[in-house]
Design a protein around this ligand. Structure first.
Ligand code: GH3
Ligand code: MG
Ligand code: MG
Length: 335
């Protein structure tokens, strides 16, 4: 009030300010109570907002993180950028270094990013698979004001997906790769060997007198025996590219990419000895008294036009010879 007159200009200004403050307060409160875990960082990567749902998801309290750049601690054990940081630092080209599953959000309106990732959640001590979205906010001049990151817990969904994948690719009894995975892998490795002109070896293994084992000790003991043999096979393989699968009943197949016949024979003999050394009694195994396996080994450098069936047929023939020659032995396919 000046000279008894009311200052309408000041009044309108104050009113507008108070409406703006009210709106801002409402927006912050809205975000804080949003059911979707959300946090916001400024252009200097300091946390501005850390909502209640984010507190529940991470176990990290708002007061411990707001004003700091320590938000990574809520998700990871070692310092690394969160998705919002990637946008704030303008290093989207490095996204693949931090996230396996990532893509830009397909919208002309958004410069956002979407990723999926396993997070270790150090405060809660449990691993969560999170779907993460981040979107930048710019002022009218195009300067970055903030980045909003939202998180969705996809752990159950991911675990179900992994379980389904396991069902489709693994053998239920032994946990080894199943026949389908074997077929796919053999095809891939065969083609790779063809392209590189490198050797590929295949070992077929079959438990000796296993029908008698089942008949004598029962089917459940038979299953236990197969698991023990499978463990020996897994331990017998040295390279990450080697693959052991349950081919069928009591037959196993081992693919050894980049391995010559001599190398594969050494591996097979070592495994054959290790199964014998398990000392699993088998009263009905002729002459030996323990569970043993026979193995047929084949190796080839595939040429153009060759199909992998030749390798299977050669290894099978060698296995047949191993049985014929008395079992508990390794026989190589004829060159
Ligand atoms: P050989 O020494 O010539 O290999 O004789 P074998 O008795 O091992 O061979 P055969 O093919 O006659 O019999 C295989 C047996 O393996 C038949 C079945 O009783 C047993 N078998 C196959 N799959 C399973 C399984 O999943 N669990 C159990 N317990 N036994 C199985
Ligand atoms: Mg058999
Ligand atoms: Mg057998």
């Amino acid at each position: 009030m000046a000279n008894g007159k009311y200052d309408w200009g000041l009044f309108v200004f104050k009113k507008r300010l108070s409406v703006q403050q009210h709106q801002r307060g409402f927006a912050i409160s809205l975000m804080q109570h949003l059911v979707i875990p959300t946090f916001v960082i400024d252009a200097h990567r300091r946390v501005m907002i850390w909502n209640k749902a984010c507190e529940r998801l991470t176990g990290v309290a708002e007061e411990d993180v707001v004003g700091t750049s320590e938000h990574w601690r809520a998700f990871y054990e070692k310092p690394r950028p969160c998705l919002a940081d990637v946008l704030a630092m303008d290093c989207v080209d490095k996204l693949h270094e931090f996230y396996v599953h990532h893509h830009a959000i397909p919208s002309e309106l958004s410069h956002g990013l979407r990723v999926e990732n396993w997070c270790v959640m150090p405060k809660l001590g449990n691993q969560l698979y999170l779907a993460i979205d981040a979107g930048p906010i710019y002022d009218d001049a195009g300067n970055l004001l903030a980045v909003v990151e939202t998180l969705r817990d996809m752990t159950e969904h991911k675990r179900a997906q992994i379980a389904l994948q396991q069902l489709a690719t693994k053998d239920g009894l032994t946990g080894l790769s199943n026949r389908r995975t074997f077929d796919e892998n053999l095809q891939i490795e065969w083609q790779r060997a063809q392209r590189h002109g490198s050797p590929i070896s295949l070992i077929m293994a079959d438990v000796d007198y296993f029908k008698r084992y089942n008949d004598h000790y029962g089917h459940l003991s038979g299953d236990e025996c197969l698991k023990k043999v499978a463990d020996v096979l897994v331990r017998g393989l040295g390279r990450p590219t080697d693959l052991v699968s349950r081919y069928g009943g009591e037959e196993f197949a081992l693919i050894l990419p980049g391995t010559t016949l001599d190398g594969a024979m050494i591996v097979a003999q070592r495994i054959c000895n290790a199964v014998f050394d398990l000392n699993v009694p088998h009263e009905k195994a002729e002459g030996i008294g323990f569970v043993t396996i026979s193995m047929g080994v084949a190796s080839l450098i595939p040429e153009d036009g060759d199909v992998h069936d030749i390798l299977l047929a050669c290894a099978d023939e060698a296995l047949y010879a191993a049985k014929h020659e008395g079992r508990n032995r390794v026989v190589s396919a004829k060159e």
